[in-house]
Ligand binder design. Structure first.
Ligand SMILES: Cc1cc2nc3c(=O)[nH]c(=O)nc-3n(C[C@H](O)[C@H](O)[C@H](O)COP(=O)(O)OP(=O)(O)OC[C@H]3O[C@@H](n4cnc5c(N)ncnc54)[C@H](O)[C@@H]3O)c2cc1C
Length: 429
């Protein structure tokens, strides 16, 4: 009898714990990073994995997981320590999110929307230019949001998509914020709003419209609209192929009054971030890094005859199985390598090479996770894709990665091709 692959000797509650996707020694993580990533992995494996099938079957939001994320401190993973959070940097968050995605894609993807509200207003905003008064005001406002999360377990979401070109970064958001005394009146519509009906605050990107001014991306505001505010409604049904637990329905805003403290970033700072901190859009990828690992883990266990509730038939002696596993392992290591490098170099004003690598990493993870899940189904066979096992959910969830704006797989190809061949401002005229 050989030892189970990819397992630590450590066991918790009778469950042999999986090894980390990114071994802390091999990938040179410090002790604090390793401890936080381990916390996420253990919660994912010992608690979230078992609940995932139910959320998927019923297209139900994983609210119980959010209570656990709050209890474990992970709801405030990127909130600065002085505000009561874990104070992680971008890379540490990404590694922890990949571990959650390995066990429940919908939890990891929605947790990403929540965490980005704090990552973007926190360490990312700290890298951007603001005068002293604006920074002071931002500090005061973000403390309000962070306290709600740390003390009360408040959940934030990120509904940006509107069905037009705005979420891809092409034009100004159609959702409008009109300045009024003490705040803004918000009107508009957001589609695919993950956490709809479950978040306490919707972190809405909208365009501030003053006087007769034309809508401009420079005037983008990032406002945390209270879910219970008058004029907010959730409409439409939700019965998609994958990522069913994200509950990404449509949000309508009709003359919603939002107070000034709702601003998650000061005026002009979101626009600056989108120009100077492009890795902010790579944050949807960790979920799918986890799903890629999950497809591989499943295949090895299944072919070794170690998957509970499956016939104890070993298939590993067939050369075709071994070749497919080899191909999957190579693909997984390629994805891990480019993704780890990309999340490690997230910063303000990255070089052209770093930006191209970030697009390439996003493309590799989003397409690669589904390629691995496809190979897993082909080589494990019919019994492996029954709904009693996680593989078919991994397959469906992983298909959604390429669709996430603004860096869909197609748009990454567009950007790489264009930006590799043209320097800023260059034309063929
Ligand atoms: C499970 C799930 C959860 C989601 N959660 C959220 C969320 O919480 N918040 C949020 O804001 N959004 C969310 N989205 C939405 C997502 O980011 C996209 O906005 C959505 O998938 C776009 O769908 P669409 O049909 O309108 O795409 P379209 O915009 O019509 O695009 C269709 C395809 O055309 C391509 N395309 C788009 N624009 C261009 C262009 N300018 N040039 C060339 N090609 C282009 C892209 O490859 C895209 O895949 C979620 C999506 C999914 C699937």
């Amino acid at each position: 009898m050989t030892a189970p692959v990819n397992k630590n000797a450590a066991a918790k509650g009778g469950v042999a714990l999986d090894a980390a996707i990114f071994d802390p020694v091999a990938f040179r993580l410090n002790d604090e990073q390793a401890a936080i990533v381990t916390r996420a992995r253990e919660l994912g494996q010992t608690v979230f994995a078992e609940r995932a099938a139910g959320y998927d079957r019923d297209a139900k939001f994983p609210i119980e997981n959010y209570r656990d994320l709050h209890r474990s401190g992970l709801l405030g993973i990127s909130i600065p320590k002085e505000h009561g959070g874990l104070g992680t940097d971008y890379q540490t968050y990404a590694l922890a999110a990949a571990e959650i995605g390995r066990y429940c894609g919908a939890t990891a993807l929605t947790w990403n929307m929540h965490v980005c509200s704090t990552l973007w207003s926190g360490p990312l905003a700290d890298d951007l230019d603001m005068d002293a008064a604006t920074r002071g005001e931002h500090e005061r406002r973000r403390a309000i949001h962070y306290k709600r999360i740390v003390d009360d377990g408040a959940i934030y979401s990120q509904p940006f998509s509107e069905g037009g070109a705005a979420a891809a970064g092409g034009v100004a958001f159609g959702t409008e914020a009109k300045p009024v005394k003490g705040g803004w009146l918000v009107n508009g519509k957001k589609i695919f709003a993950s956490l709809s009906g479950h978040a306490d605050y919707y972190g809405v990107l909208c365009t501030e419209i003053t006087g007769g001014e034309k809508a401009s991306r420079r005037n983008t505001l990032y406002l945390a609209v209270p879910a219970k505010a008058d004029g907010v409604s959730v409409v439409g049904d939700w019965d998609p192929l994958g990522m069913r637990g994200t509950v990404s329905r449509t949000l309508l805003f009709k003359d919603v009054f939002v107070e000034e403290n709702a601003a998650l970033m000061p005026r002009g700072v979101y626009f600056q971030a989108a120009q100077r901190w492009p890795h902010m859009f790579l944050t949807l990828s960790p979920t799918y890094m986890g799903l890629a690992q999950a497809a591989y883990d499943f295949t090895v266990r299944y072919l070794r005859g170690e998957m509970p509730s499956t016939p104890p038939v070993k298939r590993r002696m067939y050369p075709t199985k071994q070749i497919t596993v080899a191909q999957m392992q190579i693909k997984l290591e390629q994805i891990k390598a480019i993704w780890f490098q990309a999340v490690s170099e997230a910063r303000a004003n990255p070089s052209k090479e770093q930006v191209l690598r970030a697009y390439a990493a996003q493309y590799s993870v989003m397409e690669g996770a589904n390629e691995l899940a496809t190979l897993a189904i082909r080589t494990c066979g019919g019994q492996a894709m029954l709904k009693s096992l996680p593989l078919e959910r991994i397959y469906r969830d992983s298909r959604c990665g390429s669709l996430m704006l603004p860096w869909t797989a197609e748009l990454c190809l567009d950007r790489i091709g264009r930006e590799a061949l043209y320097e800023p401002g260059e034309t063929d005229d």
